[in-house]
Design a protein around this ligand. Structure first.
Ligand SMILES: *Cc1c(COP(=O)(O)O)cnc(C)c1O
Length: 431
């Protein structure tokens, strides 16, 4: 595959952008590769500047669900553009969006729009701290909630210790308020709570997407909710990926959980920058200007993003079968891929929910950060490169979710399977 033009652009980009990119994973460093430069996207495909087509399983990290350049979204955005790109003041579509989201998520009685998922989680944390008048946060190892100071924290040595910053530039004095527990392990949560009475909230991706897809074990989410209620700790669900992705009402609907605050993003912007946080009325009434917890945004509720998002949410609402459809398609793909893996004796397991999935090169179960980290990263790098060479784009890191869109049709499933067969055959001879 010729990627000459992309390589030249990457060299140029590195002069102007740190690492050549505007967000770190895009540099393909985890897989020792270099990025391709996209000229356009359509349906389930991305087309690069060298004329290559890639079947896209990254789907803008889950933000795209109908497919790239969906005709309906494009049409809505064209209409919206004609009316102006930003008002800095109120417009009726904000209310329509809020109605759609509060209808879909009964736990959200009031909400506010932001411009990114990071802003949503950052604001949710401030809200939880202000409301509870406590400082501590519990997060789960491997969960990613955007690049918020307090949430960009990994576990210190030993289980259930307080966090150390994941990045330079985060004061230890701030990071020390973040405690890190293990996904699917309520004991680590209890240990933290027993040692600290100053916990404002717990934040979690109810289905982990940022360590690769890791599903909650039976009783984990329920137990967590129970602990939060007993201890009067606010429960924050980060559904930036899972909201409108695993089903219309998100993971909380699937698992029957009633969180205090929910964060959304990605899909709700229809491919435009957006985020949202919302929750119980009593809590949300504390947000400025109604309450004493400040939060704001010049471009928040941007009319283009909101109208694109409304179009997508309405589509998903009106086509109730889409999640079952994607789930079935996923199950079929999974079964066939695992069959191929068996033939070529590749240790491979696929975690999936609706159209969201990760394939781990691992001989043992994956249920948290540690177990995910034990999967074979060298193998993933080879897999990534071979797939890309064959025109299929999976995430440039072994610890990410992949996504089906509604544009990933039967033809794409066949292409994917045929490519898996060739790639796994190569992997067998390489290993
Ligand atoms: C992507 C993501 C975020 C951050 O959203 P941005 O729009 O990238 O700031 C937060 N939480 C989760 C679970 C995410 O996947």
């Amino acid at each position: 595959m010729n990627r000459k033009e992309s390589i030249a652009l990457y060299q140029e980009a590195k002069r102007f952008l740190p690492g050549g990119v505007n967000s770190p994973v895009r540099a393909f460093l985890s897989v020792n590769d270099t990025p391709f430069y996209v000229k356009k996207g359509k349906g389930s495909y991305l087309f690069d500047v060298d004329g290559n087509a890639f079947l896209d399983y990254v789907a803008s990290w889950g933000a795209i669900i109908l497919g790239h350049a969906d005709d309906g979204v494009i049409n809505e955005v064209k209409n919206a553009l004609e009316d102006g790109t930003s008002f800095g003041t109120c417009h009726p579509y904000e209310i329509e969006m809020a109605k759609l989201i509060t209808d879909a998520f009964p736990s959200i009685e009031m909400m506010r729009l932001t411009n990114s998922g990071t802003e949503a989680t950052m604001s949710a944390i401030r809200l939880a701290r202000g409301f509870s008048e406590k400082n501590g946060i519990i997060k789960f190892r491997g969960c990613y909630h955007g690049h918020v100071d307090s949430l960009l924290v990994k576990a210190g040595s030993g289980l259930a210790t307080f966090g150390v910053p994941d990045s330079k530039g985060i004061p230890g004095d701030l990071a020390k308020h973040t405690y890190v527990a293990d996904f699917n392990n309520l004991d680590t949560v209890r240990t933290i709570i027993n040692r600290n009475r100053d916990i404002a909230c717990m934040i979690i991706e109810p289905v982990m997407g940022n360590m690769g897809v890791v599903l909650p074990e039976k009783g984990f989410l329920e137990g967590m909710q129970e602990i939060c209620r007993q201890e009067r700790i606010l429960l924050i669900y980060d559904e930036v990926i899972t909201g409108f992705r695993v089903t219309y009402g998100g993971a909380q609907h699937l698992y029957g959980i009633d969180p205090d605050i929910t964060c959304l993003g990605k899909i709700i912007g229809g491919g435009f920058p957006i985020g949202a946080f919302g929750g119980k009325r009593e809590i949300m009434e504390r947000v400025a200007p109604l309450g004493d917890i400040y939060q704001a945004g010049t471009l928040s509720g941007n009319p283009i993003a909101v109208r694109a998002g409304i179009y997508v949410l309405k589509y998903l609402k009106e086509h109730t079968g889409v999640y079952e459809f994607m789930g079935k398609r996923m199950d079929g793909l999974k079964k066939d891929i695992l069959h191929i893996a068996k033939i070529y004796e590749i240790p491979y397991r696929i975690h999936s929910i609706a159209g969201m999935f990760t394939g781990f090169f691992s001989r043992s179960d994956v249920y948290d950060y540690e177990s995910a980290y034990r999967s074979d990263r060298v193998m993933y790098e080879k897999f990534f490169k071979l797939m890309l060479e064959e025109g299929i784009f999976f995430a440039p890191s072994p610890f990410e979710a992949s996504f089906l869109t509604l544009s990933h049709g039967e033809k794409e499933m066949i292409k994917t399977l045929e490519t898996y067969e060739r790639v796994f055959e190569r992997l067998k001879t390489l290993s």
